[in-house]
Write a protein that binds this ligand. Structure first.
Ligand SMILES: [Zn+2]
Length: 141
């Protein structure tokens, strides 16, 4: 049997590749840009349907919420340590600005975390990440 070359997890996760084959893209466009993010329906390499049932990505909203809370608490603690400000408007401004700036990041990576680690039945399958073999043309048995 031929040795399968396994694709590493982290580059595939950071670049939003398919969790099953780590080759196909999950999103049509870049994270930050003038157009809104559009998720591709199914993997172009292994045909995995990303939204495995209608409304599946509502769960990603909970992950996004947890990510947002962690980011805001971290930024608020860092602000307090650096400035020692007790003015609540500083923290309100940080919360609003951070939520707006990081919303594309949270949108994208909440879905990625959901599909990579929290969806049972979707695992990396190295045999699906190899190149498609071209069928032989004009070869009859
Ligand atoms: Zn795939």
């Amino acid at each position: 049997m031929k040795n399968l070359q396994k694709l590493p997890l982290w580059p595939a996760l950071i670049n939003a590749k398919c969790p099953r084959c780590r080759r196909g893209d999950m999103f049509q466009n870049r994270m930050y840009g003038f157009s809104s993010q559009v998720m591709i329906k199914k993997c172009s390499h292994c045909d995995l349907v990303y939204e495995i049932e209608p409304g599946y990505f509502y769960v990603a909203m909970l992950i996004s919420y947890a990510m947002n809370v962690a980011e805001i608490v971290s930024a608020s603690v860092a602000t307090y340590v650096l400035t020692e400000s007790i003015n609540p408007w500083v923290y309100v401004a940080i919360t609003i600005i951070l939520a707006l700036i990081l919303s594309p990041f949270n949108f994208r990576y909440s879905r990625i975390v959901l599909l990579y680690w929290l969806t049972p039945g979707i695992n990396y399958q190295p045999e699906l990440s190899k190149d498609h073999e071209m069928p032989l043309q004009g070869f009859d048995c």
